[in-house]
Design a protein around this ligand. Structure first.
Ligand code: 5GP
Ligand code: 5GP
Length: 222
């Protein structure tokens, strides 16, 4: 970070499972957070991340502060599908505090060139991929219908994604529940196998390993 960065190798679209996150954030009741009137039972966006093939990644690359004016038409869509599920506002690389997605643009989006050239393109690319590859639907088409308390074989979840998406996801867990599911893409935005299917590489702490049977807890607003 800070030095001139070499170009990234591939993208990961990181999606988060609200039921798992909301179970451990003391039910943040921010308007776009865990206490929505409608329970969030679909994956929401964490970020579109440029990564290196060696498992590392660049961050905070170009000093380009988030500018709401550049993406105003997208704001309602971002608030709906890219909610901040943590109570605190997110600290950004360059501009101080902002919404979760402003943090993601500054930390990851600024490292996405030359594939993604600016802020507007970063958000449209992330949203396009999110809508094109609906993970919640891919799971359902593989017979994984999300139901609270139910256990699923990790291999079944991975196979459902492989079958519908054509490449292996990376899955990150928290206390046996799915916290994140990441889809990987090459620079032409075509599906690509993620480096590891589950968080078992040394970059990810042991706490985030997925057991053989996992849950997808549903979140119900209070
Ligand atoms: P955590 O330690 O919670 O897994 O990740 C903390 C932060 O590090 C993430 O929010 C993200 O910004 C960054 N990060 C973690 N894993 C990856 C990765 O595989 N690729 C990229 N680009 N960033 C990551
Ligand atoms: P990362 O650097 O790991 O990509 O982003 C994590 C940062 O965003 C942290 O500062 C965290 O507090 C903030 N944040 C706000 N809302 C969320 C959320 O819904 N999920 C995650 N993972 N981080 C969030």
């Amino acid at each position: 970070v800070g030095k001139k960065q070499r170009e990234f190798d591939y993208f990961a679209l990181a999606l988060q499972w609200p039921g798992t996150i909301c179970a451990s954030t003391r039910h943040c009741c921010a308007i776009n957070g865990c206490c929505r009137s409608e329970p969030l039972q679909t994956f929401t966006i964490h970020g579109l991340w440029p990564d290196y093939d060696d498992g590392t990644w660049p961050a905070c690359c170009r000093h380009t502060s988030f500018d709401m004016d550049k993406i105003l038409p997208l704001k309602p869509t971002l608030e709906k599908y890219w909610p901040s599920l943590y109570c605190s506002s997110s600290s950004t690389c360059f501009s101080g505090k902002g919404p979760f997605w402003a943090h993601e643009w500054e930390k990851h989006g600024t490292c996405s060139s030359p594939v993604v050239k600016d802020e507007l393109e970063y958000f449209t690319t992330a949203l396009d991929l999110y809508f094109k590859y609906n993970v919640t639907e891919m799971l359902a088409s593989g017979g994984i219908h999300v139901s609270n308390g139910k256990q699923y074989a990790l291999t079944d979840v991975i196979d459902a994604i492989k079958c519908a998406f054509g490449a292996s996801p990376q899955i990150v867990c928290k206390k046996g529940s799915v916290e994140e599911l990441r889809l990987c893409f090459d620079k032409d935005l075509k599906p690509l196998d993620c480096l590891t299917t589950t968080a078992t590489n040394e970059n990810v702490s042991k706490k985030k390993y997925c057991p053989r049977y996992i849950t997808l807890p549903t979140y119900d607003p209070i």
